[in-house]
Design a protein around this ligand. Structure first.
Ligand code: V47
Length: 361
């Protein structure tokens, strides 16, 4: 079976649902990793096969107040609940200024579904950031937030996105995807938009010229069929609209969450398989990110040998995974570069849309 898949990777042929499931069910992790590495080399081509991308970025979570109820989330607080925050524009700007001073070129902005932080709150915020830092790239809002803003303002998804773009939005992150299967969504995040709406919003964003990413949150009670189905839905959408840049396999952190103790926790074995299998399945995605905040630096570095070609960035001020127990804070530039070099790759500093800024050779 693995030989047939290897042939297909070399011939750039599409891997089927059944083959994807069989990769997950195959116990030899190293062989699957080797196929992931091969798929990455075929995808990148000879010149870029050894490149690993990273960037200088900052996360900003302007509000954690959220009316959504996701059982894996330790970040959200209900309106009025103790521990909730909603920054003023000035407070957000202060955080962004700190990040820019430390070198950030991108700010990744996502927050809770807070009825008091509707579209004007965010258009004001984006405009204020752009006014002060015109060159800073604003990667902001999951499809779930876009749907929420559009519902509150009674604007179409397209009009909502256009207003945000006019205010300075440059691209969108890939959150809110979780696991697309209806049964897993019903069990874990019943208030979140279903897969077809998530895809529709990314499709519209692509049509408007925005690049976006896509995630998958593993370890929330899904099975391997659900993971492959998730990837195939993304692959189909990418065939249609073409604007996804990067796939990011996320790993559930359980501290202070309702889901803790109710599902089989995700392991490093699963995490490495998610990287390798997604690289093999997602033949029309250019990049696979090993997000060190969630994987930990160790697994993220090994992930580079399993098909990942991106480590995300320095990531200052992350709150979502840290609320659920992640320990590691922002990485220094030299540390990221050493991680990449020690794994046998060439560090490439990129901007958000993968323009090369610096190659360390
Ligand atoms: O959508 C929520 C996840 C996501 C937990 O696009 C959790 O470049 C783990 O999407 N344990 C937000 N994960 C993060 C995200 C992201 C991160 C980095 C880069 C990019 C990108 C996107 O975090 C949410 C949800 O899937 N999440 N709770 C938790 N307890």
């Amino acid at each position: 079976m693995l030989n047939k898949i290897k042939e297909k990777i070399l011939n750039k042929e599409r891997i089927t649902f059944e083959e994807g499931v069989s990769l997950y069910k195959h116990p030899n992790l190293l062989e699957i990793g080797e196929l992931g590495r091969l798929a990455r080399e075929v995808k990148a081509g000879p010149e870029k096969a050894k490149w690993v991308y990273w960037n200088k970025n900052l996360h900003l979570n302007p509000t954690n107040v959220c009316i959504g109820r996701c059982n894996f989330c330790a970040f959200a607080k209900l309106p009025g609940e103790e521990g909730g925050w909603t920054y003023t524009t000035a407070e957000s700007l202060e955080r962004v200024a700190k990040g820019v001073k430390a070198g950030a070129k991108e700010v990744h902005i996502v927050g809770g579904l807070n009825p008091k932080a509707a579209l004007p709150y965010y258009t004001d915020l984006l405009k204020a950031i752009k006014k002060e830092f015109p060159k800073l790239h604003l990667k902001a809002f999951t499809a779930v937030e876009i749907e929420f803003f559009s519902k509150l303002t009674k604007l179409s998804f397209e009009e909502t996105l256009k207003q945000l773009m006019d205010a300075g939005l440059n691209s969108m992150p890939g959150g809110g995807a979780e696991i697309f299967s209806k049964s897993v969504r019903d069990d874990t995040c019943p208030d979140k938009i279903p897969a077809d709406k998530w895809m529709e919003i990314h499709g519209i964003a692509h049509k408007l010229g925005l690049k976006t990413n896509a995630t998958m949150l593993a370890g929330i009670g899904e099975n391997v069929e659900d993971r492959i189905d998730h990837m195939i839905q993304l692959r189909d959408q990418q065939d249609k609209s073409g604007g996804f840049q990067t796939f990011i396999p996320l790993s559930c952190h359980y501290e202070d969450t309702e889901i803790a103790g109710t599902v089989q926790p995700i392991t490093a074995f699963d995490e490495l398989k998610n990287i390798a299998v997604s690289r093999i399945m997602l033949d029309n995605f250019d990049h696979i990110k090993a997000y060190w905040i969630q994987l930990g630096v160790g697994v993220a570095q090994i992930g580079l040998q399993f098909g990942a070609d991106d480590l995300d960035g320095t990531v200052q001020e992350e709150s979502i995974t840290h609320a659920a127990g992640a320990k590691k804070r922002g990485l220094e530039k030299n540390f990221i570069q050493n991680l990449i070099e020690d794994a046998g790759f060439i560090p490439v500093e990129r901007d958000t849309i993968y323009n090369v800024l610096n190659i360390t050779v």
